[in-house]
Design a protein around this ligand. Structure first.
Ligand code: IPE
Ligand code: IPE
Ligand code: MG
Length: 242
């Protein structure tokens, strides 16, 4: 199978199940998140090894601020630590890091760390690793609409020039192709406000595996499942047409 196996260019992941992983072990949720961060790091290596060009993970949603102060605080501390580690890893492995979402709500040092991740890796080419933080698909579309409305007001954009392509060009993901494969761990059958515009034709793969238990083996399973899909994009396959 491996010889003909197609590697999806863009894999997006909703990494879910850190809390349940910790609960099963009678550990605080923060330890689930810590384990989850290690797995994100491992997945960056695995994706690069497999030849995936774009990997986009959901790190923190616009709705996750609803969690306890303790949990949000623990997540912020993990961001601080892993941002620094990731910078080293990205530089060593030719990985370009991109951040999507509205980072303005974070503390100044986190914003600076995220900016540095992008700036210091911008010329890397092996893998484009995108992290969604304070990200919501609806908020991203809303922010794009604000920008477009301003351009219309300034006279630099005409309403008749608002095409799907120009909307896409105002999204945080403007430089990324749409995801081919969307993986969700933790078994929930929902999108949770992730990449709403971009996943119009993504193939969905949900596994009950909790994120801290995710591995190269599970990533390979998702890619094998992707290879069995028949992507029609609203059309009809040639052999069915005859
Ligand atoms: C996903 O794990 C990580 C984040 C949302 C930050 P959860 O924390 O949602 O884990 P569960 O779903 O409660 O198990
Ligand atoms: C989605 O997981 C958000 C992230 C993975 C960052 P959630 O755990 O927040 O989603 P719901 O609450 O199950 O929809
Ligand atoms: Mg969850």
């Amino acid at each position: 199978m491996d010889a003909e196996r197609v590697i999806p260019a863009h894999v997006a992941i909703i990494l879910d199940g850190n809390g349940r992983w910790a609960k099963k072990r009678h550990l605080p949720r923060s330890l689930g998140h810590r384990e989850g961060c290690k797995v994100v790091e491992q997945t960056v290596y695995d994706a690069a090894r497999l030849g995936i060009k774009y990997l986009t993970v959901y790190g923190f949603s616009t709705e996750n601020w609803k969690r306890s102060e303790e949990e949000v605080g623990a997540l912020m501390q993990l961001f601080r630590y892993y941002m620094k580690r990731l910078l080293g890893i990205a530089k060593e492995n030719n990985v370009k890091v991109k951040v999507i979402g509205d980072r303005s709500r974070f503390d100044k040092d986190i914003i600076e760390g995220l900016d540095a991740l992008e700036n210091e890796t911008e010329n890397n080419t092996r893998l484009i690793f995108t992290i969604a933080v304070n990200y919501g698909g609806r908020d991203e579309i809303r922010r794009a609409m604000v920008k477009m409305a301003e351009e219309v007001q300034e006279g630099t954009l005409k309403p008749e020039d608002i095409t799907e392509a120009s909307v896409q060009a105002h999204l945080d993901t403007k430089d990324l192709p749409d995801p081919d494969l969307l993986i969700r761990t933790g078994g929930e059958l929902r999108i949770s406000n992730y990449l709403l515009w971009q996943i119009a034709y993504a193939e969905l793969y949900v596994t009950d595996v909790l994120w801290p238990d995710f591995s190269m083996e599970e990533l390979n399973r998702a890619i094998d499942a992707y290879n069995k899909r028949d992507r029609r994009f609203g059309g009809v396959k040639e052999e069915q047409e005859a």
